[in-house]
Design a protein around this ligand. Structure first.
Ligand code: GLP
Length: 242
């Protein structure tokens, strides 16, 4: 794994943005894997800025998001579709039909998962997957214990994950209990992965990732087995690494 340490959140976002834009500008039909959460917000702001300055176009890009809550439709302010529109899609030239998220309101969720996986395959693999990391090591919504062989599937969210994400909702009861997520094998199938880690709150998580062993109890640990992973961590997140 290639580890890049930067000063702070701003630098992490810009560094990630530069790598992503380089990727998009180097291949006409780039396929991007995108993440939600607080971590990539700065990255998306940077992409919007660079798009507006004319440094990048997403007209030929396809995007696949990692996950979506079950039960929230795309107009729900807490859905990941809404998040993506708000932070990125509404401000760039990515054609709406090129932006993919699994639908958390599909009638048959199993079928939706299989169709999503197939769509990624048909697009010809993800060139660059952006990842954040949950406090318990989850990537996408793959909670501890998820099989490394998993493909897009339905998950029961951990109590700790619901707690961590409750800040976006009015009350704990409103936080969905289930989500659809790309699986670990789906993520590992990407050609390249960029993991962003920021803030003191993630420092212990980063220690577990960098100093721990590869185990399904800590989903992100599988990244040690991917041939092309870059971690961009800010000083606060990196502060507990020996
Ligand atoms: C969420 C998302 C993940 C994200 C993680 C960390 O639950 N499903 O894709 O990477 O948790 O979120 P944050 O960046 O807000 O810390």
């Amino acid at each position: 794994m290639n580890i890049i340490t930067v000063k702070d959140y701003q630098e992490m976002s810009e560094h990630a943005g530069k790598l992503l834009i380089e990727k998009v500008n180097s291949k006409r039909k780039t396929v991007l894997g995108l993440a939600t959460g607080s971590t990539p917000e700065g990255l998306y702001a940077y992409l919007v800025k660079k798009y507006k300055e004319g440094n990048v176009s997403f007209a030929d890009v396809q995007t696949f998001n990692l996950d979506e809550y079950v039960g929230l439709d795309g107009d729900d302010p807490n859905s990941y579709m809404h998040y993506m529109k708000h932070h990125l899609f509404n401000h760039i030239d990515l054609p709406a039909q090129n932006a993919h998220l699994p639908s958390g309101t599909a009638e048959d969720l199993e079928e939706e998962c299989n169709a999503y996986e197939k769509k990624i395959e048909d697009a010809g693999k993800i060139d660059l997957q952006v990842l954040g990391i949950g406090l318990n090591g989850h990537i996408g919504f793959n909670e501890p214990g998820t099989s490394f062989k998993s493909r897009t599937h339905i998950v029961e969210l951990d109590a700790s994950t619901r707690q961590a994400n409750a800040r976006f909702f009015d009350s704990m009861e409103e936080v969905p209990t289930q989500a659809l997520t790309m699986g670990i094998a789906s993520i590992m199938n990407s050609r390249e992965i960029m993991l962003l880690v920021s803030g003191e709150g993630k420092a212990e998580t980063l220690v577990k990732l960098l100093e721990g062993r590869v185990t399904e109890d800590f989903p992100a640990s599988i990244l040690h087995e991917h041939p092309n992973v870059t971690i961009i961590a800010d000083e606060a997140a990196y502060s507990k690494i020996k």
